[in-house]
Design a protein around this ligand. Structure first.
Ligand SMILES: *[C@@H]1O[C@H](CO)[C@@H](O)[C@H](O)[C@H]1NC(C)=O
Ligand SMILES: *[C@@H]1O[C@H](CO)[C@@H](O)[C@H](O)[C@H]1NC(C)=O
Ligand SMILES: *[C@@H]1O[C@H](CO)[C@@H](O)[C@H](O)[C@H]1NC(C)=O
Length: 257
């Protein structure tokens, strides 16, 4: 009985936020998927919905159809039954060290080897100045204190609504190689989150990834949905799929306040 009451409560709140549930969020702005429980605790969903018109890496045409019914009740099956096929680095996703290091790939440093303690815990959401990529100078100016281990970087990408554009945009904001170096050498940040499909700026794509993933200590979460969330401290929870042998995985991330 108790369980049922709880579920009704969640469902009821989900209906209130139907702008998100029905996908009407896109283009309107100001819509945050929030679930509130009995104790006033707030959950903010910072994962993007996987849908055909979301941008895909270096594609002009978006992700495209990736989900289809293979059995349908309309056709006399006892149940509806879908399949999907998705690039591992789609939408909100995580990179494992094997993404840019062949020897790590072969040694089994896949998404299933990532540290769940690092993917879950206190996190800082910061605003990056909107007129720049994340260089060493920018990192320095953000003044992120030592001891902070998880940082989600909100950039111009969020304001440009790049994750809602069908076409992949190479002018997105990300880390430059020296920005990545600065983070590794001068901070304790081990979880780096960003609001477009790569933490590295397009012109620094491989060099910045190499800097981040070389030590196998840093986890990169890309394509986060950071719209309409106040900057500040939260508890982040990110859970990748246990895809054995995969150097990337869709990941579900939420913030709890
Ligand atoms: C159901 O059957 C129709 C007609 O044979 C077919 O066009 C359709 O693709 C089927 N749908 C599924 C989900 O199997
Ligand atoms: C099953 O899928 C069909 C489409 O083939 C849809 O019309 C129907 O609503 C679905 N049924 C359920 C129970 O979701
Ligand atoms: C960030 O770098 C990319 C190239 O990697 C460039 O196209 C873009 O204009 C830069 N963005 C800003 C805000 O400087």
């Amino acid at each position: 009985m108790k369980m049922k009451k709880k579920m009704n409560c969640y469902w009821w709140h989900a209906l209130i936020m139907s702008g998100c549930v029905l996908g009407l969020c896109v283009g309107i702005g100001g819509c945050v998927c929030v679930v509130e429980n009995e104790n006033g605790r707030i959950i903010i969903d910072i994962s993007h919905r996987y849908q055909p018109d979301m941008p895909a890496w270096e594609s002009k045409d978006s992700l495209g159809q990736f989900l289809w019914l293979t059995r349908s009740m309309a056709n006399g099956s006892l149940a509806n039954f879908s399949q999907f096929k998705l690039p591992a680095h789609s939408g909100t996703h995580v990179d494992a060290p094997g993404h840019v290091f062949d020897h790590y790939f072969h040694s089994g440093f896949d998404v299933d080897s990532l540290d769940l303690l690092l993917l879950n815990g206190p996190a800082l959401l910061v605003d990056v100045p909107r007129d720049t990529n994340i260089s060493a100078g920018v990192m320095k100016s953000l003044n992120i204190p030592r001891g902070v281990r998880r940082v989600l970087f909100r950039t111009l990408n969020t304001y440009r609504r790049l994750m809602y554009q069908k076409e992949f945009d190479t002018s997105y904001v990300g880390f430059t190689e020296d920005g990545a170096n600065w983070l590794v050498e001068n901070t304790d940040i081990k979880l780096v989150g960003i609001d477009y499909l790569s933490v590295a700026a397009y012109d620094h794509l491989i060099p910045a990834h190499l800097v981040f993933l070389k030590g196998r200590e840093i986890i990169l979460v890309e394509g986060l949905k950071l719209d309409d969330v106040a900057a500040g401290i939260y508890t982040v929870h990110c859970l990748p799929l246990r895809l054995a042998g995969a150097e990337g995985s869709p990941i579900r991330c939420i913030l709890i306040k």
